[in-house]
Design a protein around this ligand. Structure first.
Ligand code: SGN
Ligand code: CA
Length: 690
């Protein structure tokens, strides 16, 4: 608190004191203060600490990341609060938990109006820039300059979007992202401190290494982790029900670069492989073709096949990291050569951890150690002593307050994390947190990891899986670092179990996350109306892939939920692929009709859009129709969250027997959409007649 006056003062600088130069003010008003540090925030995607030699990797060497660790502080216990990409990034930017910033999973569009640390730094006079993976779907806000990959991006010859404009750049993504960052540093305004976010796509799935690394590890057998053949004996069903196993889930072509399994697999692989130039393809094929021939000959089966898959997966993963590490070396050299190393806070982290064969898995999401732990290394020679390991419990929500602290800005009330600066200085503050709270939401979703929340102390972990399961797990990490022995139901641990449960309840309250219902998709509801059970005829058929509850599904009195969640359960809807919905409902007799309401789903990420128009006509005999009412969509097609929208058309209460509903599809996806020009979908559920 004793710093508040100076901080408040600095904060006002950004907004009002433009006429006076910053160094002048700093020297006249705060003589003891050095210029504010630059911030270089390097983040990779899915880089597990088990694959960093500074963290004791048994499988690879990362000399440049190790250099950073030996010159700075390495956090042993830094955790993601929701171990998946977009949520972790949103927590980092805003200093808040998923349930506060809204990005509970990878489907939600980040609301860029929120307070973020780049915005506050920018206001306070920093020049801010962002390069590489973004994945938050809305356009970045708070940056003087940005150049990002659309979505997940490509490894080879990726598209980049620079301040809104897309172009294709030839080369390998990790090198290119670094080039862009170094170029920007070279041309920045040197009068201002900078904050640059260098966010690599690598080593995200589908793990495509740079050509120069294709033969790394060629003659080695990478050791498997201790828990490679975990049988989940003591665990809840969540571990058994996942879909992220080395054995079953990895796709032969796209992930393993061998012969395609399904059509989907072949399509994914083509999408990645076809980005390459003929020369790149040549070098690529030279590396994989003979390996694949050998594998075909060997005809691996059973445990042998699982081992082969692991080797293919882990080697490509580690090869991707080799390029990351080299490029970090380039950036550190650049700082040295330009006299920037002393006064720049350099951070290396990853959005969350990853399973490298532990428990037989890849991917993340679970609150188990490998995916929960973020590598986190900070170097700032001016203030941080070299080569220290910090054991305090840190979390991704702490990053924003930490950066702000270095810039002399008070973290806004809304931010739930705390500045790590005291820990970085080696001063464990007496009231530091004793547990980190965690909450994972993306279920149903890719990889089938069930919803769960929990806490992790320096020694114990408590997890509760919920939604379509209700199960507890508890681990003693000191006795059981591999989390093989679930203690939740062990009688001798019941006192501890109760204590941790109480603590978890308290943490949920403290963090304002005691209303998880808010993020649960609703359940279908039974409703009464005039058309329930009526006969219905469709002019154009629904897609057999999305029949809803069958032919009569639009008038069966079962309504898909109002709250669809961030990604609707599509099995509850009837899907129309590129055709109109045209339905004639026969009420079986004359009834006075006051209104007709049709429910539509809008989920733009799945190419599902609201109709252009909805029209209702009525008839007494099914031959002579009178057009009763038309609704026109006034909104332009834009990306947004998944929502259920109802279109209600007022009728005059006249007695009719037949009702015709026509909803005209948008036809094709708009220009800005990844599916631009391709057919879009219409999803409807109940036609409610009242
Ligand atoms: C893709 C991957 C998944 C991964 C998610 C989320 N499949 O869907 O394996 O979990 O991204 O990753 S892929 O076949 O398309 O590669 S995240 O980093 O964005 O959270
Ligand atoms: Ca990730």
């Amino acid at each position: 608190m004793f710093n508040a006056t100076r901080r408040d003062f600095l904060r006002t600088l950004g907004t009002g004191a433009a006429a006076v130069s910053l160094p002048q003010l700093m020297s006249s008003c705060a003589p003891s203060d050095a210029p504010r540090p630059n911030i270089l925030f390097i983040m990779t995607d899915d880089h597990a600490s088990q694959a960093i030699s500074a963290y004791g990797s048994r499988i690879n060497k990362t000399p440049h990341i190790d250099r950073l660790a030996s010159e700075g502080v390495r956090f042993e216990n830094c955790f993601a609060t929701n171990a998946i990409c977009a949520p972790s990034r949103a927590s980092i930017l805003t200093g808040t938990y998923s349930h506060v910033n809204g990005v509970i999973d990878n489907n939600v569009v980040f609301d860029g109006e929120q307070l973020t640390f780049p915005k506050l730094l920018q206001e306070a006079g920093y020049e801010t820039a962002l390069f590489g993976k973004w994945h938050l779907k809305s356009s970045p806000t708070g940056f003087n300059h940005w150049d990002i990959l659309p979505g997940q991006g490509h490894y080879y010859n990726p598209d980049f979007i620079r301040n809104g404009e897309k172009r294709r750049v030839e080369g390998y993504v990790t090198d290119l992202t670094t080039d862009l960052c170094l170029d920007w540093l070279d041309n920045r305004n040197a009068d201002q401190p900078f904050c640059v976010m260098l966010h690599h796509k690598a080593p995200h799935r589908n793990w495509m290494p740079a050509l120069r690394h294709l033969h790394l590890y060629d003659d080695e057998d990478i050791p498997v982790p201790e828990t490679f053949d975990d049988d989940y004996t003591t665990r809840s069903d969540a571990a058994r029900d996942q879909d992220m196993s080395i054995e079953e889930t990895l796709m032969p072509a796209n992930d393993l670069k061998a012969d395609a399994g399904t059509d989907q697999d072949a399509k994914y692989w083509k999408w990645n492989y076809d980005r390459m130039t003929p020369e790149q393809k040549k070098a690529w094929d030279a590396a994989y073709t003979s390996r694949n021939t050998a594998a075909r000959r060997a005809g691996h089966k059973g445990a042998d096949l699982k081992h082969w898959k692991y080797q293919r997966y882990i080697k490509d993963y580690l090869r991707c990291i080799a390029a990351v590490d080299e490029n970090i070396g380039r950036v550190l050299d650049y700082l040295d050569e330009n006299g920037l190393s002393e006064n720049t806070v350099v951070v290396y982290t990853s959005d969350q951890g990853f399973f490298l064969g532990e428990h037989g898995w890849f991917d993340k999401r679970f609150m188990y150690e490998e995916s929960l732990r973020m590598p986190m290394i900070v170097r700032y020679p001016k203030e941080i002593s070299a080569g220290r390991v910090e054991k305090g419990l840190a979390a991704n929500v702490d990053f924003a307050p930490t950066f702000l602290d270095y810039a002399g800005i008070n973290a806004p009330q809304r931010m739930q994390g705390r500045s790590l600066r005291p820990l970085l200085k080696g001063k464990t503050s007496y009231d530091w947190r004793k547990a980190v709270y965690y909450h994972y939401f993306e279920y149903p979703g890719p990889h089938g990891v069930k919803r769960h929340y929990g806490l992790r102390t320096d020694r114990y972990k408590l997890i509760r899986f919920y939604h379509d399961i209700d199960a507890w797990e508890m681990y003693d990490l000191r006795e059981d670092p591999n989390e093989l022995n679930n203690l939740a139901a062990v009688p001798t641990y019941s006192v501890l179990f109760k204590k941790l449960k109480r603590e978890l309840k308290r943490l949920r309250k403290v963090h304002g996350d005691d209303g998880m219902k808010r993020f649960l998709p609703g359940k279908p509801k039974k409703i009464e109306h005039l058309a329930v059970g009526a006969s219905i005829a469709l002019t154009y058929s629904y897609s057999p892939k999305y029949p809803g509850s069958g032919p009569g599904g639009l008038v069966d009195g079962i309504k898909a939920p109002e709250n669809v969640g961030s990604q609707a359960d599509l099995s509850l809807w009837q899907g129309f692929e590129g055709v109109e919905l045209e339905a004639v409902v026969d009420l079986g007799g004359h009834r006075p009709v006051k209104n007709v309401t049709v429910g539509f789903l809008e989920q733009t990420g799945s190419w599902i859009f609201m109709p252009q128009t909805v029209e209702v006509s009525v008839s007494e005999d099914g031959k002579q129709w009178s057009k009763a009412e038309v609704w026109r969509n006034q909104e332009k097609m834009q990306s947004g969250p998944a929502v259920r929208r109802s279109v209600r058309l007022q009728l005059d209460g006249r007695e009719v027997r037949f009702i015709k509903v026509k909803a005209q599809s948008q036809g094709v996806c708009p220009q800005w959409h990844p599916g631009a020009g391709k057919v879009c979908w219409l999803f409807a559920d109940e036609i409610v007649v009242e």
